[in-house]
Ligand binder design. Structure first.
Ligand code: NAD
Length: 354
């Protein structure tokens, strides 16, 4: 990969390679766009098959964070970090302290926290070296797990989509298929059942499916069959790229609204969803609840303020659905235009100096 070409194409400002000899830390931090404010975004730890794969992931994810923060009306930019390593065997105090040292050198230009493969407790180690962290456990001044607030945002997206498609936000008698019953998917399933939906759920971990089925009354299904389950709402809450050239043809739902990042393998699939008359709630808007929560931590966590901001996901998406229909565009195209406009006017406003 020609890194500068890639950065120019995606609009990145900075990519930092961090290596620590003592702990063996290999981490890449990507800062995409700080027009709106300092970059914010979690730190992933995965045994990437290559450095190239790690770089591609961090570039794509950090770009997504810019859009997510902008669409949620936050004054933060997009950033992300990845650690190359196996979370099951390579975690140590030294590793996360070393990460903390590197984060600290950016003096707040980038803040990070938990993501796939990392946990709140890992950053308790980093906290000994930097304060530029979010999503810490409550005992350490953080706001705790983001799963339920992310799920509440997904529920706002589902309600907005139901109103647009059926004229009512009620889930009574509707069928919802949830893929991935982890920290977010569990709560999406729970809220949907509480609102009267019939919920089908799948997870690659059979223990998780068994527990959620008996606890919530979710009807279990196969992890891959869930995509083809006839339903009103398909909620992808597992991993990215679940909607690709093949799977897009087998979806049997009216609405897609879930928490997974980068649900579409590429943005052109949004057009195919539109052609198939499937209403898609862009992931970077539907799943912003967790980001809203951790961004709020920086100004002193206020759950009421967070709830209010998460509720605005409903209005943002309702407007996007309406505009997409009127203009014959995909919901992703309209959402990205909305984001670009916000970045542009904030950039313009900030040209005013005292
Ligand atoms: P999690 O790891 O707690 O849960 C994911 C679940 O999906 C796991 O139980 C896993 O076994 C299951 N899974 C993995 N692959 C699967 C497959 N092919 N089919 C079915 N199940 C599968 O993660 P989470 O925090 O619930 O996050 C879920 C998704 O939402 C991720 O893509 C994450 O990046 C995104 N997200 C999470 C948050 C948050 O606040 N936690 C915020 C924004 C976005």
């Amino acid at each position: 990969m020609d890194i500068f070409d890639e950065m120019a194409q995606r609009g990145h400002e900075q990519v930092i390679f961090n290596y620590d000899r003592a702990s063996g830390l290999k981490a890449i931090i990507a800062i995409h766009d700080t027009t709106l404010g300092p970059a914010l975004g979690g730190c992933r730890m995965l045994p990437y098959v290559s450095e190239q794969a790690a770089l591609t992931d961090v570039l794509r994810l950090s770009e997504g964070m810019t859009y997510k923060a902008a669409a949620a009306g936050l004054d933060f930019g997009g950033g992300k970090a990845v650690i190359i390593g196996d979370p099951a065997t390579n975690k140590s105090e030294a590793l996360f302290r070393a990460l903390g040292r590197f984060i600290d050198t950016l003096h707040g230009r980038y803040r990070t926290g938990e993501d796939v493969g990392t946990a709140e407790d890992d950053f308790v180690q980093s906290l000994r070296e930097t304060h530029y962290l979010v999503g810490l456990p409550r005992a350490y001044g953080g706001s705790g797990d983001t799963g339920d607030n992310t799920a509440l945002g997904v529920m706002q997206a589902i309600h907005a989509a139901l109103v647009h498609r059926f004229g009512s936000s009620s889930l009574k008698g509707r069928r919802v298929a949830v893929q991935g019953l982890g920290k977010v998917g569990y709560h999406v399933a729970r809220h949907a059942i509480e609102e009267g939906a019939e919920v089908v759920g799948a997870d690659i971990n059979p223990h998780v499916v068994g527990r959620v089925a008996s606890e919530l009354g979710v009807e279990p299904t196969d992890p891959w069959a869930v995509l083809e389950t006839p339903c009103d709402v398909f909620s992808p809450c597992a991993l990215g790229s679940v909607i690709n050239r093949e799977t897009v043809e087998s979806l049997a739902c009216q609405i897609v609204a879930g928490s997974a990042n980068n649900q579409l393998e590429d943005d052109s699939l949004a057009d195919r969803l539109r052609q198939r008359n499937i209403l898609y709630a862009p992931d970077f808007i539907a799943n912003a609840g967790g980001l809203i929560q951790v961004a709020d931590e920086i100004q002193g966590y206020n759950p009421e303020r967070v709830k209010h901001q998460i509720e605005s996901i409903y209005d943002v998406l309702s407007a996007i659905f309406k505009q997409a229909e009127e203009n014959g565009q995909s919901t992703v195209a309209v959402a990205l235009e909305h984001v670009r406009q916000r970045l542009q006017y904030v950039h313009q406003i900030r040209r005013v100096r005292s």
